[in-house]
Design a binder for this molecule. Structure first.
Ligand code: SAM
Length: 239
């Protein structure tokens, strides 16, 4: 396995896999993540799940090239359908939107039996995942934000536990949107991400001013406006 191939983003995902895990990487594409984790001795076995034929074939090729066919099983299928309950103890899902990751978890709930850790890396919409975790008994244990190739990524790690633990009653809305651990850490990457989001939302609001009024438009605008208020307050407090 050419471990140099792993991006900084996927290295951070791997850093949250408990030593000795049996992992399933859903939406694995080239299966770089499970190959790296097994090759480095972090995971003892892996399932690489893929819904699309091209990426599935890439995963098959990579596992073969890495000579890891005995420890990594490449399976084609939608979301968690490719695993059995109690087959794995750590699931990684990376490089998709947060809403899609949350829907994969929601649709595959029965397959989460025996799983003790989830490592999730949404490209956008991490709040959908935090909300899903909160509703479904998963405790957010850690978050990391990183920048690579001018893109900013968040990585979330959760265990079965008390889902309320990282949240405060007073700041729950902000914590769900921005991440309770990331808010506390208040790194320069975090500030850059949210300043950029604010700018984009304000451009959208300006464009909406020019559009024809409708109840849907008003509702969408109110949603964005609320997010602007939350983020402005957090950035202001954390200056
Ligand atoms: N996980 C890799 C990474 O982070 O570099 C690949 C990310 S790639 C952008 C997303 C992959 O997820 C695609 O290969 C896509 O086919 C796969 N995918 C999307 N929805 C899926 C689903 N419901 N079940 C399994 N795979 C899915």
């Amino acid at each position: 396995m050419n471990s140099e191939k792993l991006s900084k983003r996927l290295e951070v995902v791997v850093s949250f896999i408990p030593q000795g895990s049996r992992i399933a990487d859903i939406g694995s594409d080239h299966a770089y993540l499970p190959c790296y984790a097994v090759d480095k001795g972090i995971a003892v076995s892996g399932v690489a799940g893929e819904v699309a034929e091209g990426p599935y074939q890439s995963a098959v090729k990579q596992v073969k090239y890495s000579q890891l066919e005995d420890s990594i099983s490449v399976r084609k299928g939608d979301g968690l359908q490719v695993i059995q309950p109690h087959e794995t103890d750590c699931i990684t899902i990376a490089g998709m939107g947060g809403a899609l990751i949350a829907s994969i978890l929601e649709n595959g709930k029965s397959k989460l039996e025996g799983v003790s850790r989830l490592v999730l890396q949404p490209n956008v919409g991490a709040s959908s995942i935090r909300k899903w975790l909160l509703k479904n008994g998963w405790e957010l244990k850690a978050e990391q934000i990183l920048e690579e190739d001018d893109k900013i990524y968040e990585v979330l790690a959760a265990d079965k536990g008390n889902p309320e633990e990282p949240y405060t009653e007073a700041d729950r809305d902000s914590e769900l949107l921005l991440g309770p651990f990331l808010m506390k850490e208040n790194s320069s990457v975090f500030k850059r991400k949210w300043k950029h989001e604010l700018k984009q939302w304000k451009t959208i609001i300006d464009k909406m001013e020019a559009a024809e009024d409708s109840p849907q438009l008003r509702e969408r605008r109110a949603g964005i406006q609320k997010k602007i208020e939350i983020v402005e307050e957090v950035l202001d407090e954390n200056r």
